[in-house]
Every structure is written in C-alpha cells, then in structure tokens.
Design a protein around this ligand. Sequence first.
Ligand code: SF4
Length: 715
Amino acid sequence: MTQPVAAPTVRTTCPYCGVGCGVLATPDGQGGATIAGDTEHPANYGRLCSKGSALGETLSLENRLLHPEIDGTRVSWDAALDTVAKKLSAVAEEHGPDAIAFYLSGQLLTEDYYVANKLAKGFIGTPHVDTNSRLCMSSAVAAHRRAFGSDTVPGCYEDLDEADLIVLVGSNTAWCHPILFRRMADAKERRGTKFVVIDPRRTQTAQESDLFLGIRPGTDSALFSGLLVYLSDNGFRDRAFIESHTAGLDGALDRARQIAPNAAAVAVLTGVPEADVAAFYALFAGTRRVVTAFSQGVNQSAQGTDKGNSIINCHLITGRIGQPGAGPFSLTGQPNAMGGREVGGLANMLAAHMHFAPEEVDRVRRYWGAPRIITGEGMKAVALFEAVARGKIKALWVMGTNPLVSMPRADMIRDALKGLDLYVVSEAVSDSDTARGFGQTTVLLPAQAWGEKDGTVTNSERRISRQRRFLTSPGEARPDWAALADVGRRLGHGRAFAFDSAAAIFREHAGLSAYENNGTRDFDLGALTDISDAAYDVNLPVQWPIPKRSGPRGAPQGKARLFGDGRFYTFDQRARFVAVQPPALALAVSDEFPFVLNTGRVRDHWHTMTRTGKSQRLSAHRAVPFVEVHPDDAAAHRLTDGGIARLATEHGEAELEVMVTDTVVPGSLFMPMHWGGAFASKARVGALVRGMPDPVSGQPELKATPAAIAPVAYR
Ligand code: SF4
C-alpha cells in the first residue's frame, strides 16, 4: 500500500510505455500540472524518462475533440449514442452481429477494455474485437501460451536488478523502455551485470553493450536454436527440471539441430562472426542468473511466435525461469497492453485470460448473464481490416488508436472505410487521420485524455496501477467505458451495463477472474473482488495473480515471480519446448525492392505523436521524419546526409530526410513509425508496410519489408 500524498498532488501512472512508471501530478489550477516521478512506485522509484518528465508540456487543449459529431456536425451525446445504437442494431439485423467490429487500443484503461469486450462478445454477439496491441506483443502472448499454457510473464523488474547477464533481443531498451534500462545500468555498476544486445541495428542500447550481435533481419530463431544445441551438447541441461517439469525437448532439439547445428552454421545464417556467436553461447551457458528480455524486434515478425519460443526453450533447458535474476521477459510496448489481455481485448481470447473451451464459454456466459455469448475466435487486426475492405464488416468502432497511420496497408484501410454503414471513432483529439473518417456515417465521440481518465493499467511485470484524474475534462469529453455502457443500455441491456464508476467495473472484472477459479487458471484477482472504492484508490499497485486470502490479514498481495516451483498452467503442469521453423523473411527482396526496411521508435516520441508532438522539447530530438542508410548504400544510390529520398515499397511511397549512418547494416534501411498524416503525409509507416501476419499470433511483420530508395531532386 502506498502512502497518500498531500493534496492537490495526485498519484498516477505514465501513459506511454509498458514500464508503467508512477507519476506525481500537481495541478496548477489553470489546466496544467507539474510532473515528478513517484518515489514509491516499484517500477521507477521516482525516475522518469524524457517523455514522462515532459508530460506537463503536453496537456494543452489545442486540437481536442470537445463535442460529439455526426458527419462533421456537432450533436448531443444522446443523439450520437442513439445513432450508434440504432445503426448497430440495423447492421446486426440485416447482416448478422459478426458484421460488427471493434478496434481497441493499448492506451485504453482496463475498465474501458472490459466494457467494450463485454458489450461486443457477450451482448452484441460479435467475436471481432481486436486491438493495436496485436501489433505490439501478441507474438509474446502466443509464445507464452505455447510454452506455459497461459499468457504469463514469469518474472519481474527486480530480476533485472539481480541478473548477472541481461540479453536484450530486438529491443532498443535505452530509448523505448528507458527507466528499465537505467535499472539495468545500475545493476551493471553495482554487480557487474553484462549486457548482450541482439539487433540488426547498432542502437543506443547496442552501443552500451558488452557484446553486440548485429544479426541479419529475421534470423533470431537461428541464433537461439544454435544456443539450445550448444546448451544440450555441453552439459548445461538442468536434467531434474527437464524430467519433472517439461515436455517436448527431443522434438525441439531435433529441429534446432536441423536449423543451426553449431556456431559455424549460426554464423552463416545470422551474419554474426563465429567468435561472437561462441562468446555469447559461453556467456549464457556459464551464467546462472540470466534474463533474456525481448520486444518488438522479436514480436513484430511473421515468425514472431517461433522467435519467442526459441528464446523460452533456452531458459527451460537450463531451468532458469521464475528464479531471482533469471527468466525470459517480454517487454510490452504500450501502457496497458497487458490490461487489455487480462479482459480478453484480443480476438483470440474471451475474457479474464479464458479462451473458447466449452466450459470457459459457459462460465463467462453465466457470469455476465450474456444472451449472445460468442463461441469462437474473431478476426485479428490485419484480417479484420481486410474484411472491412471486402465488405464483410459493415460497422466499425475504433477507440483510442490511429490505424490510418499505424496499421499495415493504411491506404487500403482508408479506402475501405468508405464502404462502412457505420464508422464510430472515440478520440481525445479532433484531427487524427482516423478521427476524420471516411465512412457513410461517421460518429465522433470525445474521449477523456490522460489526466482526466480514472481507472487501471497493467505494466510489463503484471503490476496493476492506477491512472487517476487530476484535470477537468474539456467540453463534453467522457470516459470511454461510459459511452460503451450507454450503448449497451440503449441496446436493452440495462442491468449488465449499470456501471457508475471505474471501481465498479474493476470489481466485476476481478470477480470474473476468480469465478469458479480453482487455481488452474493463471489470472486471478480474487482478493480484489470486493475491493471498496477507497481501497481501489490506495491498494494498488500490486502484481497479479492475487488470489483470495493471498496476504496476511486479508491484504491483497501479488506474486513477483511464477513457475519457480516448476508448475505451469498446462493440463499436466509441464512447460512445453516448441520445435520452431527455420528462419525466413515473409517477403524476399528483389531487383525492384533490394533493401530490407526496418521500422521502430525514436527516443522522444510516442506512437503517432498526438501527445508528444505538443512538446517542443521532445520534438527537438528528431524534428523531421528520416530514413537511416548505410554509408556504402548512400554512396551507391547518390544519397547525401540531410538530403531528401523517396522510399518505395510495393504498397506506397514516403519522402524522408536521409540520415547516413553505420548503425544500420548494408542492405537495410530504418524509418521511425511516428510521423502521420497530420504531421507529414508523405512519411507514414503504415502506408509502406505489407504486414504479413505470423500464422500463430496474427502479429504483422513490421521489421522487414522489401523497399527501394532514390534521391529526390527538387527544382
Ligand atoms: Fe513513461 Fe515509459 Fe518513460 Fe516510464 S519509461 S516515464 S512509463 S515513457
């Protein structure tokens, strides 16, 4: 339990990355606030990165959506919600409920997510609820489920403090999870923790590593398959753990031998010098306390799930999981990607980490009293928008995200929206590409922004924290959950959507997680089922699972680590080794598109810049969209540092400033993901990438698109 702070300072959580840092906000009474790190929050202990510390500079009301609109005309909330409910009913009647889809966001609070999921999957009867978190960490979710039988991150941030070796795969942690990187740097200083960084780019993180493996794009699983073979052949198996707590090693090992029998073969596949491969293998093998942290470079891939499992395999064979300073660790990108997973905000989940086994469907149906409970998976993000284009989806409700900038094939999506019967956007800003829609009926619903919203988020280490309200909402902005509940009531489900506060929603959500849960399900908030409004305010942050009577004298007490006892959530409680596929890029380069285009983040911007773009300080770090080109490629293609280049893929073009740098390897390019139509219409990542989905997770490939580049000559 955290100590109260003196009024008017409010304890809340940063709205950006999945580290989930605690923030102290002191409103100035004029719509602004001073921001400081919360010294009591276990994620950051008072520290904030450049983005978090600039939050006070992003609170201006400029470009806020203040009132509901229909087709550009201001209307009342009642008129807007009447239209939404009427059109949803009409679409369901004429085309069936599965002609309705929701596209949600890892920026939403858990309570918003819960109500959206309940409305769609239990009461409208459509399974098509997906989220921009599909683009963020769904491959890690799938890898967890294949290995552990549940979507459970085994470890916690303290493991980073206590590790002797931290392996960072596809993660520019120094820029994208800066406060965690500072914790790692502290560990390096305090106990000599070594860093190995595996990435096709020599990022800021790579520059601070002890060993950098600059792999060819897409070859991560070859590197870890080789490691599995090395660990097996050199006496580093934990035999007792493997025999008692796992299954499937032989099959995984056979496949790994076919892919990467030795360090020499790995060197050929990955492009990493054999000596560096050998050094990494020896370091991993010889260090008991090793954390392998992975992020978008692993997840945003057409083989992302296999990559994740190839990493987990190496922790299982050595029994290094759920122990202090040891385990695989998925770093989530968004502030509430984890909370969305908890309530079933992915198309392949139902709710409370339950899927579609008949008993799970029946359990959720009875708990909700749901008349139209779905019985199977819906379409994942890429397929969902393709279904919009094919006319299969007639009504789409987008909440808190900007797919016309961020989704693969964004221009196809923009055109597809024109065919919708109903297009609803819940947004805080009025000028995002997605808010200025293209459907026949566009309903814009003004949403509360950070500082105005009230609810919970869950960070990368399963820690549930509060986002608290400290500002008055401008105009008629309301919580997203309230708009959803109002529609639920209009559709005739008054009792099921009679929520009057975020705390009431949280209690119901906690109750579902504990409903008929006999300990065989990982996600359990049983101790919070009856949490009072006052306790909801002060008893968080806490890490799940938090079963009933979990702490002394009934105080809720979460778990820092799981699986340390060797019991997993599979039917036989054994973890699974997974035989992974040989590495291959989904789309091969060609004479026309000879480069591999990588995409990612810069240090000081967040997603499509709708908030960070308001801070001059943050915008100064990288002022314009750019493309990184290796000096050899720049010379061969007459590209000059600071000049303008046209970047082309099969799907679109962008004009960008050239940055000549040897941080990228020859043959590859890097472009940031942030700039969108409102800022620079010729620099949208979404318009360029194809986004081939991973066959298991559905997460699209965003790191390897064949591309061409040429200088632009202006007269
Ligand atoms: Fe916010 Fe992430 Fe920075 Fe923490 S590390 S202050 S959560 S952006």
